[in-house]
Design a protein around this ligand. Structure first.
Ligand code: NAD
Ligand code: AKB
Length: 317
């Protein structure tokens, strides 16, 4: 087996996935890459994912056989410059799929998102196969990306696997430009400031997942036997579903003085178009996915780990 390359490795997901893969396969087996260098633990290469020649060079240099392609612009940031978001999200994916087609690598992971769903979708327990109707350029790029993945699999036998992540929550890294970012920010404010102004309405219920569950899902999907992967667009993946108010109430069980005010901005419109939760039965049947964390255990684990981080003053920024 060759090595693993992660694109966008310095982001919210990449920071956690890097460690998970290094722990699973060994530090030397994982090559991290991003458009900028912030100093990381392990082998690192600068890579603008829109540059396919540089991608081929890194694959050959490190004998890469698997790519976890994370580099993308997320929902809220994407609306600031839709055409740039489209170019980056699509060109990056095409380059990764092309090196798959050229058989330079064996396997690809592509994270899609609950942002593929929209107002015409069934927004309560959104089914695996349903109308998608994305409201953001980010969501449009993810739906399109899903179909391109299926096309490269069917036409060129590229082993590309994907899940539709819900909003991801973790203490290890900070989020970058998403609509669900409040669900990470709120914990930092609960510890540092005791107050938080939330940019979504108190009742904006969305699908969410603790990063520990999400990383386990990602590795389980990638390690599953090829025959088990029946969906080559992207699997729905479910875990938690809560509103800002419900999250606040759970945090207040640990921090009774913590107060949250609500000042919805343009991200509320995006949240309004997204599901409350999704149906992940297919992932459970095909490759045995089961989420572990509940709202209660996620909040307790987040606060515990952030308290440690802040006491050691090592939080990233
Ligand atoms: P992020 O914004 O935190 O990180 C993205 C990384 O991509 C950044 O480190 C950035 O520097 C890098 N990047 C930007 N342009 C690049 C380029 N041209 N070449 C190479 N790297 C570039 O995002 P994230 O939250 O870590 O998300 C990672 C992936 O997971 C994305 O594809 C995202 O759509 C998907 N996802 C994330 C969530 C979530 O809640 N975080 C939910 C659903 C799906
Ligand atoms: C975002 O809010 O854009 C992401 C996502 C759910 O894809 N967190």
């Amino acid at each position: 087996m060759g090595k693993i390359l992660i694109t966008g490795a310095l982001g919210q997901v990449g920071g956690v996935l890097s460690l998970a893969l290094q722990n699973q396969y060994g530090l030397d087996q994982v090559v991290l890459s991003d458009i900028h260098d912030r100093g990381v633990h392990g082998t690192f290469e600068l890579l603008d994912i829109t540059d396919i020649e540089r991608l081929r060079e890194i694959i050959q240099k490190h004998d890469i056989s698997t790519i976890y392609h994370l580099a993308a612009i997320l929902s809220a940031k994407g609306e600031e410059d839709p055409l740039w978001t489209w170019d980056l999200n699509m060109q990056g994916l095409f380059n990764v799929l092309e090196v798959g087609k050229e058989k330079l690598i064996d396997k690809i992971f592509f994270p899609s998102s609950i942002a593929v769903f929209g107002k015409q979708s069934k927004l309560i327990k959104s089914p695996q196969s349903s109308i998608t109707d994305p409201s953001t350029v980010y969501g449009i790029s993810k739906v399109s990306g899903e179909y391109w993945c299926q096309y490269y699999h069917n036409k060129y036998d590229v082993d590309v696997r994907s899940v539709r992540y819900p909003g991801l929550i973790g203490y290890q890294t900070l989020p970058g430009g998403g609509t669900t970012d409040y669900a990470v920010d709120i914990f930092h404010y609960a510890i540092k400031d005791n107050t938080y102004e939330c940019f979504l309405n108190k009742d904006a219920r969305l699908p969410m997942m603790y990063l520990k569950d999400a990383m386990r899902a990602t590795i389980e999907l990638m390690e599953a036997d090829k025959e088990k992967i029946k969906i080559r667009t992207s699997y729905n993946l479910a875990s938690l579903s809560f509103s800002p108010e419900e999250l606040t109430l759970e945090i207040q069980k640990h921090k009774p003085d913590f107060q949250v005010t609500y000042k919805p901005d343009s991200r509320q419109q995006i949240a309004d178009s997204w599901p409350n939760d999704v149906d992940d039965t297919q992932a459970m049947i095909d490759w045995g996915w089961r989420s572990e964390f509940t709202l209660k255990t996620m909040v307790a684990d987040m606060l515990h780990n952030l308290e440690i981080k802040y006491s050691q003053q090592t939080i990233n920024s």
